[in-house]
Design a protein around this ligand. Structure first.
Ligand SMILES: CC(C)[C@H](C(=O)O)[C@@H](O)C(=O)O
Ligand code: SF4
Length: 472
């Protein structure tokens, strides 16, 4: 008698393929294929190795890049802020001492860690990937199991190439239908968080499926998986397909020749079986999805650009009501105001959510031959990596943006979190293509509205939000 194997999810498959040891209580030791390292969460981890005389277990499976603390202006001028400088210098030294490849601030391959991994073909389908950074979920777009980890785990992975994990629940987010013109992956991911809330994915790994996800480019899928974290999930993933393979083919770290063909044969098996069990299923209709704007101080505070600032008084739950009232106060908004009538001060385009070439192309397409609105303090574009910047310049995108009045910067995290000099001033209101809008996220008392690159571009021209579906 042949036993039929129970259908399993993509997450189950990759997880089980990497289990080195399993305890009775379900605690597993997972083998880690790829470890990305940046300057913020690695100094103590390397220090821990040094103090105990340990080495990096698999230096070739580790890649370090500087991103959070570096200025986006002249790199050769160095870093003025001491704490930032110390972190960056520590990473350079640690990479050298421990034999880890490192992209420094003058390397064209440098950029935001989650943009660099896929670009280098370091991120591959079916692998386990970790980084001391919450948005490691981005890599799940390639059908990898990608976890953000804490600094003590960074040390553990450096020393052992393994991670202690318990199996998460399986959650399916099914997005079907066709997006309206101007509506993008960012709107999908913001809408999902609006629907499930920032705790909606707690304890789960989300698989994104459906024809609207299939129709997205790899850049778009990365945008969606990037924000799985804002939906509370441990990771997000999309089953790899021809688009993923085409994106990776020929990348420096991707397999070549016969090894490539063999890899693709394996990658093609990486999908959820028909009938596999999901603990929770959420559906989103792409057909009717409007462009989304955040109005509050949580990524779940989202609304259609065609809507009005919501009224917290309508919320039954007292605690929630108080918190949303506070959010409106912080944001300097009044319930009932039309979203398209909120005047903006700053436009910021970049981040691991939306700092890829496709994002910059979308912006250039909208602003070409036009000027940013005179009422803005400034508009800034920060490419996600040196290679994105180079590609954009080869396409003339930099010229279009500069002619329209944008600042064109060096790559890094920049104002996504303002660990470098790029910060909002108190009271300044920004349309930002990043992923977090907490109080002070982009600068002390700064106000952030999360949007797609197309929405940010249209807002740059108008000085307020515009429904991009109405653009010609
Ligand atoms: C600095 C880093 C630890 C942090 C993260 O993990 O997400 C940062 O990238 C962020 O986006 O807030
Ligand atoms: S771009 Fe923003 S979200 Fe992404 S890693 Fe940098 S700080 Fe974190």
């Amino acid at each position: 008698m042949t036993a039929t194997k129970a259908p399993t999810t993509l997450y189950d498959k990759i997880f089980e393929d990497h289990v080195v040891d399993r305890q009775d209580d379900g605690t597993c030791l997972l083998y880690i294929d790829r470890h990305l390292v940046h300057e913020v969460t690695s100094p103590q981890a390397f220090e821990g190795l040094r103090m105990t005389g340990r080495k990096v277990h698999a230096p070739t499976k580790t890649l370090a890049v500087v991103d959070h603390n570096i200025p986006t202006t002249d790199r050769k001028a160095g870093i003025a802020e001491e704490e930032s400088r110390i972190q960056v210098e520590a990473l350079a030294k640690n990479a050298k001492d421990f034999g880890v490849e490192y992209f420094d601030e003058l390397d064209v391959r440098q950029g935001i860690v989650h943009i660099v991994g896929p670009e280098q073909g370091f991120t591959l389908p079916g692998t386990t990937i970790v980084c001391g950074d919450s948005h490691t979920s981005t890599h799940g777009a390639f059908g990898a199991l990608a976890h953000g980890i804490g600094t003590s785990e960074v040390e553990h992975v450096l020393a052992t190439q393994t991670l202690i994990q318990k199996k998460a629940k399986n959650m399916l987010v099914q997005v079907d239908g066709t997006l309206a013109k101007g509506v993008t992956a960012k709107d999908i991911t913001l809408a999902i968080i609006g629907e499930i809330g920032t705790a909606g994915g707690t304890g789960s790994v989300i698989e994104y499926a459906g024809d609207a996800i299939r129709a997205l480019t790899m850049e778009g899928r990365m945008t969606v998986c990037n924000m799985a974290i804002e939906g509370g999930a441990r990771a997000g993933m999309v089953a790899p397909d021809e688009k993923a393979f085409a994106y990776l083919k020929g990348r420096p770290r991707a397999p070549q020749g016969a090894a490539w063909d063999e890899a693709v044969r394996y990658w093609e098996t990486l999908r959820t079986d028909e009938g596999a069990h999901f603990d929770r299923i959420v559906k989103l209709d792409a057909n009717n999805l409007p462009p989304i704007v955040s109005w509050g101080t949580s990524p779940e505070d989202v609304i259609s650009v065609a809507g009005n600032v919501p009224d917290p008084e309508q919320i039954a739950d007292e605690v929630k009501r108080a918190s949303k009232k506070r959010a409106l106060e912080y944001m300097g908004l009044t319930a009932g105001t039309k979203m398209t009538e909120i005047p903006l001060d700053v436009i910021w385009i970049g981040s691991c959510t939306n700092g890829r070439i496709e994002d910059l192309r979308a912006v250039a397409k909208i602003v070409e031959g036009k000027k940013i609105h005179a009422s803005l303090d400034y508009a800034m574009v920060v490419p996600g990596s040196g290679l994105v910047k180079q590609q954009a310049e080869a396409e003339g995108i930099d010229k279009i943006l500069i002619a329209a009045g944008f600042e064109w910067r060096e790559p890094g995290c920049s104002m996504c979190l303002g660990m470098n000099p790029d910060q909002l001033k108190p009271g300044q209101r920004a349309a930002s293509t990043s992923n977090r809008n907490f109080e002070g996220r982009q600068g002390y008392r700064g106000r952030t509205h999360l949007v797609s690159p197309a929405m940010a571009a249209a807002a740059a021209l108008a000085g307020h939000f515009v429904d991009v579906r109405t653009l010609g």
